[in-house]
Ligand binder design. Structure first.
Ligand code: M6R
Length: 609
């Protein structure tokens, strides 16, 4: 998704802006640009299609000096990726960058054309530039002009602008797209994500919905949705500074796959005590609330949705409560019913996914007893707007394909099943077993990672394939879905996932030697059923790759390659079987030569609907 960085300083800010954009590259984008002005009103605007490096190269040729600047990486929504559609957009002396979507841009465009404005781009953002220009002619300050402008906008925006005739200030508005202000000494910054600014400050002020702020070198003034001056808390960030470093790995994705043992260890630390889950991990008064839960409604998107699907099995079996799981973009536009004593759970790595956030806001008006978010980013919108938060502590995830966030989400959800189950169906013995299983996760994942070489060799078989099918039963059907998502996301191979028992109801028709079938087969009570499904595939000439428990008695032959997965407790099997599928997608993508960390058309944090 789009990224924003801005600065008002005495020093030249070009390097700070470019470094900030680099730190946001992982979010996915197609073009980059910046506008800088110095104290004598010398102004430069540069935009490039492609990577931030192209913008950095352009800066070598066209020096842009000055202490006030804004910069942007664009992920196209309205208008193709091109230099002309890249931000900043200009209107007279006003330079604007924007994240989000202006839904009424067509009506506004017509209005502005009737006022004599000429549009250069196909973007919705350009209406903001012209509206601010128009409004600034009718009022006394740029801030007032922005306040009058946002009243006319429908949709989501985090927008930042300055007037080249007044290089001392930047103004910004937030509604639906996050903006954080970074506080320096005699200089101030802003960005769409604190990661962009960690090299210049660790003190942050998070704007709230509807806020408009004015930022100068020495001051930050914030006004709420009603135009009243307000104070926003300043927080010290503890997000890791080296989040942007790939270390010894070629890609962030591989680094993050290997970080899983440590991420899980950090995430579980202090949360499992005396054979029990410490309910305080979910929030201060969580124990009392969780003791009353009778139903759980989970809402999420993508990989986080798959985590929710696994959690449904755990919550129903171990916690003894009913559970629905729904994709946020469906939930928010559907009439649904709230059961008594129902807990709403959102799952999100970023905490900023627009659909999930909108679903939470809608659900809060529907009468759920409380909302809980399982989230990786402190201070994110979902964390701030939920009643309770389970902070994942997985560390920043940079690769667009979610890996460590998924396994850490699953661990948190298993803990949730344990915490709710404590008051319901779970026996003391089962709770202790669940806790021991969770504690074994870092070691078990470490052992599973040793399958990497065997999986790398197997990936060769996928090099010329265009389709694939993933199968699993029970919770593993959701892991099959996650495996399929990973493969299609980064290798661009079409991948579908099915609960293996569903094969005979249609997908069997697809089976032939050109369709690799990937099966996840832990040694559980569904193993024999799964073996029958495997035979159904074999009988139709399918080629299978089975990730099976060492004791599951599968043997490789000419139609089936079996890779042994270390034995683990049933509780954590979904988490363990995720790892070989992550490795498979990674190695297939390497062979395909795709952009592993920033796959085409995708964004890390999906802040638009
Ligand atoms: O930040 P979130 O967990 O809310 O993001 C949800 C999805 O956009 C995300 O999981 C997406 O599916 C990933 N690219 C999958 O690898």
């Amino acid at each position: 998704m789009c990224g924003i960085v801005g600065a008002v300083a005495q020093r030249d800010v070009a390097e700070i802006l470019v470094e900030g954009l680099r730190r946001l590259e992982y979010r996915g984008y197609d073009s980059a640009g910046l506008a800088i002005v110095d104290e004598n009103e010398n102004f430069n605007c540069l935009r490039r299609l492609g990577k931030v490096q192209q913008l950095a190269d352009a800066l070598e040729e066209h020096e842009a000096k000055g202490g006030t600047g804004i910069a942007h990486t664009r992920w196209a929504t309205h208008g193709e990726p091109s230099e002309i559609n890249a931000h900043p957009h200009m209107s007279g002396d006003i330079a604007v960058v924007h994240n989000g979507i202006i839904e009424n841009h067509e009506v506004l465009r017509e209005l502005l054309v009737s006022r004599g404005y000429v549009f250069e781009s196909q973007t919705d953002t350009e209406v903001i530039a012209h509206l601010v220009d128009w409004e600034s002619r009718q009022c006394d300050s740029l801030r007032e002009a922005l306040q009058n402008t946002v009243k006319q906008l429908d949709g989501a925006y985090g927008t930042v602008l300055f007037d080249r005739k007044d290089p001392t200030r930047i103004v910004v508005a937030r509604s639906g797209s996050p903006i954080v202000i970074g506080l320096g000494i005699g200089e101030n910054f802003l960005a769409s994500d604190q990661l962009a600014l960690l090299n210049v400050t660790r003190r942050f002020m998070f704007l709230e919905e509807g806020d408009v702020a004015e930022i100068t070198r020495r001051e930050v003034s914030v006004f709420d949705v009603n135009g009243h001056s307000v104070e926003r808390e300043v927080k010290e960030s503890n997000v890791s500074h080296d989040a942007g470093d790939k270390g010894e790995y070629r890609h962030y994705m591989m680094k993050e796959i290997h970080e899983q043992p440590l991420a899980l260890q950090r995430s579980l630390e202090g949360r499992l005590i005396n054979g029990q889950v410490n309910a305080a991990a979910f929030g201060e008064n969580a124990a009392e609330l969780l003791s009353q839960v009778k139903h759980v409604q989970i809402i999420a998107c993508g990989t986080s949705y798959h985590a929710g699907l696994v959690a449904r099995y755990w919550l129903e079996e171990w916690a003894g409560v009913s559970c629905n799981v729904e994709i946020a973009s469906e939930f928010r536009y559907r009439k649904s019913h709230v059961f008594e004593n129902s807990l709403l759970v959102t799952i999100s790595q970023s905490g900023e996914t627009a659909d999930t956030l909108a679903a939470l806001r809608l659900a809060k008006e529907m009468g759920y007893m409380a909302s809980l978010t399982i989230c990786n980013v402190p201070g994110s919108s979902l964390v701030r707007e939920s009643d309770m938060a389970y902070m994942m502590k997985a560390g920043a995830e940079i690769g667009v394909a979610s890996t460590k966030a998924f396994t850490v989400q699953l661990a948190g959800l298993l803990m949730l099943a344990g915490a709710i189950g404590h008051y319901n169906a779970l026996t003391e013995e089962q709770e202790a077993q669940l806790v021991t299983a969770l504690q074994s996760l870092p070691t078990k994942i470490e052992q599973t990672l040793s399958m990497a070489d065997a999986i790398e060799a197997l990936a060769e078989d996928f090099a010329d394939k265009h389709h694939s099918l993933f199968l699993g039963r029970g919770e593993q059907s959701a892991i099959a879905m996650e495996g399929a998502l990973k493969l299609k996301e980064i290798s661009y191979i079409h991948a579908e996932a099915y609960a293996a028992g569903e094969l005979k109801h249609g997908p069997l028709a697809l089976i032939d030697a050109e369709m690799p079938v990937i099966v996840v087969a832990p040694n559980n009570e569904l193993l024999e059923k799964l073996k029958s499904n495997v035979e159904e595939v074999r009988a139709r000439g399918g080629l299978m790759y089975v990730f099976a428990d060492v004791n599951a008695a599968f043997a490789s032959d000419e139609t089936m390659k079996v890779l042994s997965v270390p034995h683990c407790d049933d509780f954590i099997a979904p988490i363990i079987y995720t790892v070989p599928l992550q490795l498979l997608s990674y190695y297939v993508a390497l062979i395909k030569g795709t952009d592993v960390d920033q796959p085409r058309n995708l964004a890390k944090s999906v802040t638009v609907e």
